[in-house]
Design a protein around this ligand. Sequence first.
Ligand SMILES: [Zn+2]
Length: 251
Amino acid sequence: MNPGDAMSNRLLAALPAPDLHLLEPELETIALEQDAVLLRAGDDIEYVVFPHSGAIALMIDMADGHTVATAAVGREGAVGILSVLGPSPSTTTAIVRAAGTASRIPASRFHGAFSRSPAIRRMVQIHVRAMLIQFQLGLACNALHPVEARMARWLLQLRDCVDHDVLPLTQQALSQMLGVRRTTVTLVMRNLRTCGAIRSDRRGLIEIDRAGLAAAACECHNTMRLEVEEIFATNSTQPRTAIEIKSRDAM
Ligand SMILES: [Zn+2]
């Protein structure tokens, strides 16, 4: 593994060196192929996957075949990390929605390091809090905001993961993520093109105008982004120095 790649993941990058060294011998770099299914709902979680780049959507599969995305995971998070909470099958299906690379570690090895390292436990707390924000705001957004605003939110979330304005998304993928019909996706895409939020939509590549999309989106994307940044800022996995502890206690 190239250690520089792993440092692209913000959770791994936030670990102090001795704690990262607990994981490094077991980390393996993998390609995240476009539309690959990393994990199906009901599967045992065999690996914890830390994306360096690209985007993974966590999907809920309903009995009638409908699906909806509950979260997007990029280099700020990990897939499978919640397996540390206890042995249970995955509740979501994880699908790569933008290709990239990742580091993965066998879940059993990660659990061992988790039990030995307070910094890794803090890293898991960061991820859990960030996921809860996505789940809670996503739930509110799905219930309260119109489909155009929700699609704009998802496109912005995926854009944050890939860091460029061309997103490799088919209308079918958007239909599955939003839990709406393809005809609704077509209509919403047309409206977003008309207002300038989407520049083009051809052959499964959507070119967005980030500012236009932000104007079309509800407040949920911005709220999520700010709250996740706040979590990273206030929950460092680096141990506090004696001076920091003393100055904080004196306040
Ligand atoms: Zn919303």
